[in-house]
Design a protein around this ligand. Structure first.
Ligand code: AQP
Length: 343
């Protein structure tokens, strides 16, 4: 019989790539939940800048990667992550992530990785030229989560498949070694905006690496930029319906309603209850006011924090120390299970 050797502590882990400025998609799809879960106090919470992931698609200029990582840390702090309540880390500063990823590279199957839609989207038609790191990305992500024995992973909808793969890797490791060592982590995909769409094309995800800045709202945008991007967002000529079914086949309209709902912390139907019949010219003004009210303080705080990079580095150094108190014993035990000699 397989015996559980670990009582899993309720623990949340989630990461964001420092691959450019944070978007409204990152914020509403994932980061808002981070703060709620931290403040609920029912789980230990660990949040991570995944810089090793940020070199998989292209190799960023080193100074830009360092700046993006610090700016992302400022973003975490500005939205309300408290480095005393949560562990806030940069992935490469906790080497056990990459060490466990190697083991998982040997657990995961090529077929599993090849089926990942993000791999297919990002590698495109030219998979031969994509990096091995991009292909192996989900195994590193599984290691990020499981090196903490995390039980819950708040993410946007686009990451659901990677969490399922993390569960498959944990289950295969446990099965192959006859242990119950890694938890089967649960995705937490909640809220009105689990998939925030591109402002110019409601069928595409809002993404920080999209070449056009008009397609997204960045958390560092000024009030004027936010209002202008919302004003210029693609919509249709019809008024807002009074029921959600009236948004079917209107992806851009549905996106703006969902964004409004998520920013106001209300259900999408409540947005329609108060704006049914409004034309987009009018609704966009209300949305721009709300977005500026919610996002401008975040942008101001990020600018303030970025003025003191040494303080950001200190917070990340301390986070790495606290993280390693969890990850080192878990990696040690993994090596032991696999049969690596102890040094
Ligand atoms: N548009 C989105 N709607 C909802 N959630 C989103 N997330 C990202 N975009 C949206 C969620 O944010 C978290 C961090 O994602 P990431 O930055 O690590 O990578 P990503 O999902 O690949 O996001 P981007 O913006 O598209 O980055 P690039 O362009 O660098 O690939 C995840 O929980 C994600 O679900």
């Amino acid at each position: 019989m397989i015996m559980a050797e670990t009582q899993f502590t309720p623990r949340v882990f989630s990461g964001i790539q420092p691959s450019g400025g944070l978007t409204l998609g990152n914020y509403l799809g994932a980061m808002k939940r981070f703060v709620q879960m931290q403040d609920a106090g029912s789980h230990e919470t660990i949040f991570c800048m995944v810089d090793l992931h940020a070199i998989t698609a292209t190799l960023p200029d080193p100074a830009t990667l360092r700046r993006n990582t610090r700016e992302l840390c400022a973003g975490f702090l500005a939205i309300g992550i408290d480095p005393e309540k949560s562990i806030l880390i940069n992935q490469s500063q906790v080497p056990e992530h990459a060490q466990l990823a190697w083991i998982f590279n040997c657990i995961a199957r090529m077929g599993w990785m090849g089926r990942m839609t993000q791999w297919k989207d990002k590698a495109g038609k030219n998979a031969e030229a994509a990096s091995l790191g991009l292909f192996a990305y989900p195994a590193l992500m599984a290691a990020d989560i499981l090196v903490y024995h995390a039980t819950h992973v708040p993410v946007g909808e686009d990451q659901k498949q990677h969490i399922e793969l993390t569960r498959d890797i944990a289950a295969k490791f446990n099965h192959d070694y006859g242990v119950d060592f890694f938890p089967i982590a649960e995705p937490v995909i909640e809220g009105a905006a689990t998939r925030v769409m591109n402002l110019q094309d409601g069928t595409k995800k809002m993404s920080k690496s999209d070449p056009s800045d008009k397609t997204r709202i960045n958390l560092t945008d000024t009030a004027d930029e936010i209002a202008k991007k919302i004003r210029k967002a693609k919509t249709d000529p019809d008024p807002l319906p009074d029921a959600l079914a009236g948004l079917d086949a209107r992806p851009e309209a549905r996106n703006l309603v969902n964004i409004y709902a998520a920013l106001a912390d209300i259900a999408p139907q409540a947005v329609l209850d108060s704006h049914a019949g409004a034309l987009f010219g009018h609704f966009k003004m209300a949305l721009a006011d709300l977005a500026v009210e919610k996002l401008a303080p975040i942008s101001g705080e990020m600018t303030r924090l970025m003025a003191d990079p040494a303080e950001i580095d200190r917070i990340l150094g301390r986070g790495a120390e606290r993280a390693r108190a969890i990850t080192a014993p878990i990696l040690d035990r993994t090596y032991d299970i696999v049969g690596m000699l102890k040094s």
